[in-house]
Design a binder for this molecule. Structure first.
Ligand SMILES: CC(C)(COP(=O)(O)OP(=O)(O)OC[C@H]1O[C@@H](n2cnc3c(N)ncnc32)[C@H](O)[C@@H]1OP(=O)(O)O)[C@@H](O)C(=O)NCCC(=O)NCCS
Length: 147
């Protein structure tokens, strides 16, 4: 498949939800609640995706105030199309919509170099609080307390 057939798009339509959830479910970022994913995606100001015809290959979304701070979530590339620059394309498309802001995100384990390559650095005092149904998420440092 030629890479010049990959089309970047901004925006989101609910009719894509099956494509979106099946893309997530090809990776470790499983999403079983498609209603929640659909609403969360609709409520994100910036959505970037890469398509080959009708096939969704990559996606990512951003919540931003467009002035100071942006949060990036759910950047996913179809495993068959990873390491071809599509993840970088989605990230650059998201960041281009609020270029002067501080960007925040949480990497999945093992993908930190992808973000380091894009200029991200570890954030020394980043903190997060997850709802109880997440249980003891391995993304939170349960040992570290007041120092
Ligand atoms: C993480 C992910 C989005 C990266 O997308 P991708 O399309 O494979 O990445 P790209 O091809 O755009 O990579 C850009 C650069 O980062 C590097 N890179 C990407 N993933 C990497 C990894 N896991 N480890 C080391 N380097 C990595 C690439 O080699 C490339 O380097 P280069 O610019 O020097 O050539 C993709 O692997 C993915 O969807 N993973 C599963 C879902 C997930 O965990 N998403 C992250 C959510 S936080």
């Amino acid at each position: 498949m030629r890479s010049d057939n990959f089309n970047l798009m901004y925006g989101y339509e609910s009719k894509w939800i099956q494509e979106v959830t099946s893309l997530f479910n090809k990776t470790e970022m499983n999403r079983d609640n498609s209603v929640m994913v659909d609403r969360a995606t609709q409520n994100s100001q910036v959505l970037a995706s890469v398509w080959n015809g009708q096939n969704l290959l990559a996606i990512g979304r951003m919540l931003t105030d467009f002035q100071m701070y942006s949060n990036i979530f759910d950047v996913v590339v179809d495993p068959e199309f990873q390491k071809k620059g599509l993840g970088r394309r989605v990230m650059e498309a998201l960041m281009a919509k609020a270029p002067a802001t501080c960007f925040y995100l949480t990497s999945t384990f093992g993908n930190e170099p992808f973000y380091l390559n894009l200029g991200y650095r570890y954030h020394k005092t980043a903190m997060a609080r997850y709802p109880e149904f997440f249980g003891k998420s391995s993304y939170l440092d349960w040992e570290r307390e007041i120092e």
